[in-house]
Design a protein around this ligand. Structure first.
Ligand code: GTP
Ligand code: MG
Length: 573
């Protein structure tokens, strides 16, 4: 059998082949993927990065070779996990996690690079298994490997899960089921970090101080199957670049220019030297310049940026919130799914609300419900306690035990000033279920005063708007920026209408509420006119200087649509 890579792009032939010497098969210990609990975001990222370093990706010619490849891989080190999967192009892969990085190095050292004359050869980290010796498989003893089922990348459609959702009569249970069905899997997270690690492998051959780190929904706890992989290319230990991590995203021109130039270089490298990369698009004039590409081997749609370090802080903040209370992730999952199906959010950027802004709206709502603390509070604890996140987590996750043992725990925790402060700031802990929170969310934003009020995650309170943007969400890490400034009046109006429709659906004491909410069945509910009123207020009370013609045109347009719709509805009624 041979191992090797298999890409031949343009003039570049990338090969890595290895003649196998049969070695004793080692028993495999099965690693419990659920047993790892991380205290901090940093720990989680380091753990996943380390896992990626101990992982090899092997491509096979056929699914029938799985047993051979598993045994072969085990002959080079102690295998912890093997995940088989196939891509949409029907390529079959095994993602093999070894116990140590040395095992992967051992495997790579023993692989063969097949050099082809007349082309430029590139060393890759991808391996192709070729069974050229059919007598190789001589091991008759049963394999110790726990077989994970073959995974594909099919994202369940709502029609697929409709039946299961309907089995759950309770709305909160339906939300939990939706979350369980759509959340990204362990394999998916591994592939995300592996993709970043591979990119780093290639770039490290050229640049000595580069790291590639995933951020966004891949790591913040809100990832759903099929979500994109946001990657940030960081320059390590460089003063200029380090400084950028503490600045806003409005980078000085020269540095922004540098980013664009650097990304253009990376784009060329991706297109010519790295196997499995396709559909590369440079979007360098965006607010945050990025390169978009698709990694065919790991089935990842990637967005690569550089110098955008505040996005990492943002991912950490969302991660902390997601971990603090068990209700956060299912609630976000339901609302994101609902928004996607109502076309409130789109895959591309535009004048509509982004998943990120929507998530901040949810976080803020949970802050005013005393379920999540303000960023300010988190930072105050962080400054004082080394194990601050453990303390926060302990407090939140043990809430129900806390209710029972409050007196006793108070004796122990009372010595910590943060505990007292927390108790004072949040005297009434919230015990609402998911259904109540979803209802409350729709209700809160149906009547929210978008006209004058802005949302401030840092302080956990509403504040005055700094300008006339229809929706104003203070950037938690830079109070001079509005995260949702892209949202237009038309989109705000649609948003409020949709909140109201959601509210009406939840008010109906019927079964299949979540199915109805995410529009699997025709929705016959009529929206109220509140949003139109709010919408008019936004314009009439707005700063006339900022009220431009396009807004007025939009207003006319939305009024026309609203009037038309109302006429139709009353005619039907
Ligand atoms: P999905 O990809 O839709 O699943 O969610 P996501 O959270 O990954 O959103 P997206 O890919 O659009 O953005 C990735 C990350 O970039 C977010 O999690 C934020 O950390 C950051 N980000 C996105 N939009 C903004 C923005 O408008 N302002 C700031 N400051 N950061 C943003
Ligand atoms: Mg994303």
């Amino acid at each position: 059998p041979l191992l090797g890579t298999y890409y031949c792009k343009c003039m570049i032939n990338i090969t890595r082949l290895k003649t196998i010497h049969a070695v004793k098969v080692q028993p495999k210990t099965v690693h419990d993927k659920n047993s790892t609990k991380f205290t901090t975001f940093e720990q989680m990222v380091l753990f996943r990065q380390n896992q990626a370093r101990k992982t090899a990706l092997v491509m096979m010619d056929s699914i029938n070779m799985t047993d051979d490849v598993e045994r072969f891989c085990m002959s080079y080190g102690r295998v912890l996990n093997i995940f088989p999967y196939y891509t949409k192009a029907n390529k079959v892969f095994l993602l093999v996690e070894y116990e140590t990085q040395n095992d992967v190095d051992h495997l790579n050292r023993n692989s063969v690079h097949r050099y082809t004359t007349g082309t430029i050869n590139v060393i890759t980290s991808l391996l192709l298994y070729r069974n050229q010796n059919h007598n190789f498989v001589k091991y008759k003893q049963p394999s110790m490997i726990k077989h994970y089922p073959y995974a594909d990348f099919t994202v369940p459609t709502l029609t697929n899960i409709q039946h299961n959702l309907k089995q759950e009569k309770n709305v909160s249970q339906q939300m939990l089921l939706l979350y369980d069905t759509l959340k990204i899997t362990d394999l998916n997270v591994r592939l995300r970090f592996f993709t970043a690690h591979q990119l780093m492998f290639y770039l490290s051959k050229l640049f000595t101080n580069i790291s590639v780190v995933p951020f966004g929904s891949s790591v913040n706890g809100f990832g759903q199957l099929g979500c994109d992989l946001d990657l940030i290319c960081r320059i390590k230990n460089n003063k200029v670049w380090k400084k950028l991590t503490f600045l806003s995203q409005r980078l000085p021109l020269i540095e922004r220019e540098e980013q664009k130039q650097f990304l253009a270089v990376l784009s060329t490298i991706l297109g010519t030297c790295i196997p499995g990369i396709g559909n590369i698009r440079n979007i360098l004039e965006a607010r945050v310049p990025i390169i978009k590409f698709f990694n065919m081997n790991t089935n990842m749609q990637c967005d690569l940026s550089c110098g955008n370090a505040s996005a990492l802080h943002m991912s950490e903040l969302l991660y902390i919130y997601a971990e603090l209370d068990w209700r956060v992730k299912p609630l976000v999952c339901t609302i994101r799914t609902w928004a996607r199906n109502c076309n409130l959010t789109q895959e591309t950027a535009g004048h509509w609300i982004t998943n990120f802004s929507l998530t901040l709206l949810i976080m803020f709502y949970l802050q005013i419900k005393n379920i999540l603390p303000s960023l300010h509070f988190i930072e105050s604890i962080r400054g004082k306690h080394e194990d601050w996140q453990a303390s926060l987590q302990f407090y939140f996750t043990s809430y129900f035990i806390f209710l029972v043992l409050e007196q006793n725990m108070h004796k122990v925790l009372g010595q910590y000033s943060w505990f007292t402060k927390w108790k004072i700031s949040m005297p009434h802990r919230n015990t609402e279920n998911l259904q109540e929170l979803l209802h409350g969310f729709f209700e809160y934003y149906s009547i929210f005063d978008f006209k004058t009020q802005a949302i401030c995650i840092r302080e956990g309170i509403v504040k005055a708007k700094r300008d006339n943007s229809p929706v104003y969400i203070y950037n938690p890490f830079d109070a001079t920026l509005n995260v949702s400034r892209n949202i237009t009046l038309v989109e705000l109006s649609r948003l409020i209408d949709s909140f109201q429709i959601g509210l009406q659906i939840l008010d109906f004491p019927e079964e299949n509420v979540i199915v109805k909410l995410i529009k699997l069945e025709p929705c016959t509910y009529k929206s109220r006119n509140t949003s139109k009123a709010l919408f008019l207020n936004v314009v009439s009370h707005g700063d006339k200087q900022n009220e431009n013609n396009s807004d007025r045109d939009e207003l006319k347009h939305i009024n026309r649509i609203t009037n038309e719709n109302n006429t139709n509805v009353s005619a039907n009624n």
